[in-house]
Structure formats: C-alpha cells, structure tokens
Design a protein. Sequence first.
Lengths: 235, 235, 204, 203
Amino acid sequence: MTEAIEVKNVWYKYPNDTLALDGVSFFVNKGETFGILGPNGSGKTTLLLCICGVLKFQGEIRIFGKKVSQKNIYELRRNIGFVFQNPDDQLFMPTVYEDISFGPRQYGIKENEIKAIIEDVLNKLGIEDFKNKSSHHLSFGEKKKVCIATALVLNPDILIFDEPTSELDPASRRELMQIIISLKSKKTILISTHEPKIAKEICDKIIVLNKGKVVYEGLPHILNDQEFLTKNRLA
Amino acid sequence: MTEAIEVKNVWYKYPNDTLALDGVSFFVNKGETFGILGPNGSGKTTLLLCICGVLKFQGEIRIFGKKVSQKNIYELRRNIGFVFQNPDDQLFMPTVYEDISFGPRQYGIKENEIKAIIEDVLNKLGIEDFKNKSSHHLSFGEKKKVCIATALVLNPDILIFDEPTSELDPASRRELMQIIISLKSKKTILISTHEPKIAKEICDKIIVLNKGKVVYEGLPHILNDQEFLTKNRLA
Amino acid sequence: MKHSFFDKYSYINSPVHKINPVLKLILFLSIGILLNIIPFQIVTYILIGSVTLVITYLSKVPLIFILKRTLVILPFVFVIALTNFFSKLSESTVLYKTFLNAYIMITLLILLTQTTKFPEMLKSLSYLRVPKLILVLLSFIYRYFFILIDEAEKMIYSAKIRTYKRLKIRTIGAMIGVLFIKTYDRSERVYWSMLLRGFDGKIK
Amino acid sequence: MHIPDGFLDLKTSVVSNLISISLLAYSIKKLNKDTDPQRIPLMGVSAAFVFVAQIISFPVFGGTSVHLSGGVIISVLLGPFSGFTIMSSVLILQAILLQHGGVLSLGANILNIAATSCFIGYMIYRIYPRNISAAVSSWISTILGALLVSAELYFSGKIDLKIGLISMILAHIVSATTEAVVTYIILLTIDKIKPNLRNIPKI
C-alpha cells in the first residue's frame, strides 16, 4: 500500500446549504508533497478538515488504506498533524507549553516523556525560549512556528498545512518554507495555497480546486500556463 | 504647502512597554503614493494609527501643515480615508449601505445627500448590488471593496491602506491594485505592505521600517538590492 | 465556513413578507393578549388555528422548519403535564389551553421573524422607541456572531484534530476565555475604525 | 429555561415586563453617563461573544450537554449595568431570531436570566471579589433563576408550586454546576493570558 491519502467522491454542504465540495477525488502517495490550489472560497480548508474527519462529509476518505470513520478516528488522527492558516485559531491554551502538550496528554503520554519531546521539537524549530510564554504575546511568525510544533509533537506521518505562507513577510515565509522542505523527505505533506509560486517550489503533485470541483490533477507544470491560471483566478 | 503628511520624531510604546515606534520621521508630498515597508511586527499599522491620531504618540505629526492633536483630530480625520487590513474590523453595521453611511452620518450630512454619494461611490467600484446585503454574505475580496467605499465616501484627500493585498488570491489582488492605481492621480495615498513587489509597482517613494526605526527613505529602486531586502527581512 | 442566517427565509418573497413589520409585531402582540383573555372554546381555537395555517401557507416558509422550531415549548408543557398528573389543583383544560396558546404563539413568532429581514426589524424596533444602545448591541450581535462562532469553531476543530476523546469542560472553558480576549482585541480595532469615520462617542 | 409565549398569564407578563423595562432604562441611563466612547464597540462585540458562548455545548455525563448562560462572567468583566444590558439584548435577539423565549414573556426571561446573574450574582461576587466567588455566584444565580421560573408559572396558575420547584431545581443542578466551573475557568484563563482585561471599568 503506497497511498497515504485516498479521497473518493467527497461531497460537503455548508450549514447554509451551499455546496463546498462537489465530488472531489484524488490520491496522495506516501512521501509525496501534495498541493491543493485554488482561489479564496474554493473549498480548500473544508477539504482538509474532511480529511481529518472533523467535518462530516459524504463519500469515502482512506488514510493509509483505512477508511476515515468515527470508530477509528483515534489511530488516524494521531498520525496527522495540522497547521491552521491563522495561528490564533489553533492556539487556545494559556501558555505555549500547554498548547503543545495538549495532544500528547490526550493520548496518555507520561509528563516527563512529553517534556522531553517538547524540548526536542522546540529546539529543532529554534523557539525554546517561548515555552512558558503565552502565545497571545508572540508575533505572527512566531505563533506559526508554535503551531508547527503542536503538529510535529506526536511525530505523525502526515502533515497538513493550510495556506502556510498567508500574511507572512518574505523573510518569515522563506523560513517557513525551509522548515517544510526539511520535513519533505520524512513525511507525507499536504499543502493548500492560492500561490502558484509556492506549489511550483515544493509540490510533487497538485490538484486545482475551483468552486468545490477538481479542475486539474497532475504535475505542477500546468502552473506555467497563464491561460489556465487566469481562468481559475490563480493569476 | 505641498506636504500632505509630516511625521517628526514619533515614538510609541505598547501598553506592555515594548517600543513600537522609535523616533520615526518622514514626509509625504501631496499627490504622492507613499509606501511604508517592513516585515511583520515592524510597527507599520501602529504608525498609520498614530498618523490618524487614534493612538497617543509622542512627537509631532502634521496633516497639511496642521498639527495632529486631540482638539482638531475630528476635522483632520474627515480628510483621511482608512482601509483596514481585515475588513471584518471595519464593517460593523447590519448592511453595506449602513456601513458606508456611518461616516457621513457622523459628520451630519443629510440623508438624501448621503444616498446620492453612496450610489456614486458604489457605482465607481462596480458593487451597487451589495447595497442592501449584509457584509456577512460577501466574500473576502468583496468586503475589501466595501471597505474602500467607506473610505472614499467622504471624498478625503488622503487615503491609507493597511496591507491592502493580505489574504487575497492573485485575481482579487490584481483587481484591488487596479482600484488603487485608478485613485493615484486624485489622492495622496499611504500604503503599508511587506511585499516589495507591490511597493515597486505603485509607490513613488517609500520608507522601510524595521523594529520601529526608519532604515531607508527614498525612491523604491532600493527594492532591487537583494542584500538590503534580506537584511530587512523583506526577501 | 458559511452558516445559515437566522432569518434565512426572510429573503424569499411572499405576501406576508410585504406586510409592514411594525404592523406584524403589533398584530402578534394583540393575538398574544387576546389568547390570554378569552375563555377556552373549541370554536375560537379552530378559527385562530386556521388563520395561522393560512398565514403559514402564504408565507412560503417550509413547514418542516417551523415544526422543528416549535419543539422548544415541550419542556414547559411537560412540567405543566406533571403538575396535572400529580395534583388536583389544575384542571386538564389549563393544560390544553396553555399548550394550544403556546403552540400558536411560537408558530406566529417564527412566521414574524422569518418574513422580516433583520435590518427592517431593527428599523421597526427603533420606530417603537427601543433605546439606541439596545439597537446598536443587536446589530453588533447580528454582525459579529458569525465571525466569533467561526473563531470558536476553528479552536474546537484544532483541539479535535489533536484528540480522539470528547473535549473536556476545562478545555472548552479555556477556549471561551481565549475567545473573550479575542473579543476585546476585536472591539478595540472596531473602535479605531469607528473613530476614523468620525465617531465621537455617539452613534448618529 | 427561556419561557416561551403562552405560558404566563397577563398579570405576570405585565408585572415582569414593567420591572425589566425599568431595570433596563435605569441601566441605559447609567451607561449613557459614561464618557468612554470605546465602551460602545466593547459592549457590542461582547454581546456577540455572549451569544456565541451560549451556543457552545459542554458535554456532561450520559451523552447530554449543557450551555453557558454567561450573565455573571460578563458582569464581572464589564460591570453589572453593562452586563445586564448585554444579556437583555442577547435575550431579545434570541426571542426574535431563534424563538428561544417569547416576546410577551421577554420581561420574565430578562428577570430570570439577566437580572439574577447581573445584579444579584454580581452583588454576591462583590462581597469577596475573587474568581471563586464568581463561580459560587454563578451557581446561586442559576438556581435562583430556576426558582423564579417556577414562581412565575405558579402565579400564572399553570403549575403546582411544590412540583414546579422540585422539577426546576433538579433540572438546573447540572447546568448551575457547569456554569460555576466554566465561569471560574474563563476568569483563570484571562488572568493568565491578559490580566489587564480585569481592569476594565465596571459600570
């Protein structure tokens, strides 16, 4: 089995009855860095939340061959790390340490083990000083790194980044891209973005979403086609 | 008097005592499109809010020669249109029409006059259908246009855009840049951004802020200097 | 995330939608008072019941939507039924009358609000001399409810992605605390945006 | 807890509406005297916050869930008159948009839910103004609200007082306890992250 994620004919309706995902299908191979492109409002975030089983969709999603359902959510979610577009949506505990330890604690890992893992993750990201700060007082780029730490702490096989570079200045963006690139060889990575440049830079394969439908699936080379980009509001 | 905005040695401290602006000085000529560049957290938004007298700073700011103080702030602000980075902070009324009429009503303009001005502004921006909608029904890019309408409705001489393109997809970004360019010949425009590309495209003059200090003031050609950009976290 | 509007059926067109909202509100209140005063008679209820049905039909608001929303009266009906069962103090007609009154009133209230756009509702409330501060608070709730629920929902998703258990009261409580901090920060930015458009402490 | 229309008789409706309207008029008068213009947007967004906080469900045993009411927390943060005005606006909107509670019964609901928590609850909190007292006063004011509901239904001639009181209190023990615990946690979280928010003037 080499498919990390398989999405088969997934539908999702917003509470107000508009269709967010309209029969989306694609698959991501293990170890791939996969891009989901599309303009604002094309359904990218919704699709990512469906993959984690947070939103109740119609259709079928498999993670490493196992069907996403309410029963096996325990083992599946443990294997997925999710980085939200806006760090303020992701961080809800009083200190950075408590935010990062939230996941491990839920899975019953011992406190001293958690402490060691967190030291390690923070060190790798170069943010060990933040540990006892409140994330509320950090800069946008710093918060983003804390979010990556919360995603990495359980050492998942799959990492999902929702619009990772949005609102970041060029330097922080480059720094973040470096982090993602350094993870590329170890993880299966799913990235949503509206920036063709980012997809060209790091994605092995992409799909393009428009109004909840997949309008392209394949290699990122299509992102040099100006006409295609304009038609799908990506340029 | 050709100086629209004069900023002389302005200091600002956040409530938690960290220095946001550290002796900032520059001037903007009438009719100029002026860019304030800097990475996240360099003090751009704080500076813009000081210019409008919303935050209490130390130092001196003059708008068309008049010193910004608590006494005359009311009349000075009438001549400034401000477009916030996040439209949800700017639009707080139940319908688009009421949001745009908020400013004129505060300044005691008559209802029938307000109606005519709003029709005109909405027409120019091509969003006359939005009038009776709630901004909740609009997309991010559409909300952004409504914000521009709220800034234009009192026909101010100075327009301020805080990170105008943030979170917009490429197509919406281009549309927004078109609007700003169309206003260039009529207004003095102040834009804050962390994207050198945008500054190069439309600014006549720029300053670069870093940690609350002006590190460059002059023509935007410096933005081709890779070393300068890297040093100031803009590349 | 796109949430459905509370007043989502107010955007369709029907004869009931065209009636002046102030008139609708006054009619609603009069029927409420009338139902309280009149004695319990089958004929009267058949009459008022059929009028309600006709309005429901004309309004084009889906019946299933109305039926679902009327369920909120059940706990109260239950308490009264309990009294009825255990004590001889109240007669069974009290139960029937209360149930019918409550049912008619809630149906009419659903129809009133689902056939009136919220901004129009605000206008009629201001016409009825509801204080400005209340109107301002109502419009702020209407505007920021969806934004705050989005923020809350995303925090809940972010926690759910990192656990398989039901969220603890402690976690959700902390989230609400964080939500208030965000609320305060948001109100500060909204305040600046109001200042920049000429706000001087009084909304005109 | 929100009484719908049709359950109260005319005299109870009229009396409760008159009391609520006077309390509201007095609160608004107090607030209008305040000169800080920032209070208007602060109260506005806070009202939306209460509305949202009431929708978030808390899991309790047996797969059921309860909701926060929020009167004590908002009064402890912004003051009793601000809290009461905010809670009343939330109740008005819930009545006209969600049909939680009725229009004729609005006065009674404002008394049961807003007045108990924002005035009585806040007074209890002021005796010993610590987070733990906010929790205790949340518990007391929720139960007090339940008592008022039964009293109003009794005065309307709908229920037997004893049965009403017992069933209402039993029905509210869990939600009162949750309200107390959550109020405490919210205040604790704010103290940890942004303690200066506890210094907002209390009006």
